[in-house]
Design a protein around this ligand. Structure first.
Ligand SMILES: [Zn+2]
Length: 207
């Protein structure tokens, strides 16, 4: 599969060593959140092939040496294309629309397999394995995680931050599922301040 990923050019470069966000409460949504909007400007945490590998390790899915030789930024391009595909699929699922077939192209390249694992107590279990050696396989585990979320995830719990300026997603695991913001410290607080100002303007005599 050769995907013409959108190479984004107008975004600023994130400083090296930037910590990835983990507020999505699901690795797939954390992957979408590698793109953030700060002060109106979209910032992409993925700027190099290494950033993609760093993100995978950060998600707990470290990748060893990739046997296949690949061109610089090829992995980056593939990861950005996957991110766009997943975002589109999540948005379509939320809107009750069918998703594009591009997810299946990524799944075709995921190349996982089942392995029987027995222990010395005589028990036997099945474990899914990923041993990426080619470039396309590197994103396999992430792709399968995203596909599982699209099928098995509770769509009403997959939420976009309610701040219209914000582009972050999260899986609402709070009880009673009333999470509205990516973070109370940022978008939540901003909303509270805005609501307060709005009330003040409407009722100046109350001051
Ligand atoms: Zn937000």
């Amino acid at each position: 599969m050769k995907l013409k990923g959108p190479v984004v050019t107008k975004k600023t470069v994130e400083p090296a060593g930037q910590k990835f966000l983990t507020l999505g409460d699901h690795p797939t949504l954390d992957f979408l959140n590698t793109e953030v909007r700060i002060n109106g400007e979209l910032i992409d945490f993925l700027q190099t092939d290494d950033d993609v590998l760093r993100w995978l390790a950060h998600a707990g899915w470290p990748v060893g040496k990739i046997a296949e030789k690949y061109q610089q930024e090829e992995l980056l391009e593939l990861a950005r294309a996957l991110r766009l595909t997943i975002r589109g699929a999540v948005e379509n699922r939320k809107a009750g629309k069918p998703i594009s077939d591009t997810m299946n192209l990524f799944l075709y390249d995921a190349h996982s397999h089942l392995k029987l694992i027995s222990d010395n107590k005589g028990s036997l279990r099945l474990e899914r394995q990923w041993n990426p050696t080619t470039l396309k396989e590197v994103l396999g585990r992430l792709t399968e995680s995203a596909a599982e979320l699209l099928v098995d995830g509770d769509l009403s719990m997959i939420k976009h931050c309610e701040n219209p300026e914000c582009v972050l997603w999260f899986y609402d695991r709070t009880r009673p599922h009333r999470r509205r913001w990516c973070s109370m410290a940022t978008c939540g607080t901003r909303n509270k301040v805005a609501a307060f100002r709005h009330r003040e303007q409407d009722n100046p005599q109350e001051r």
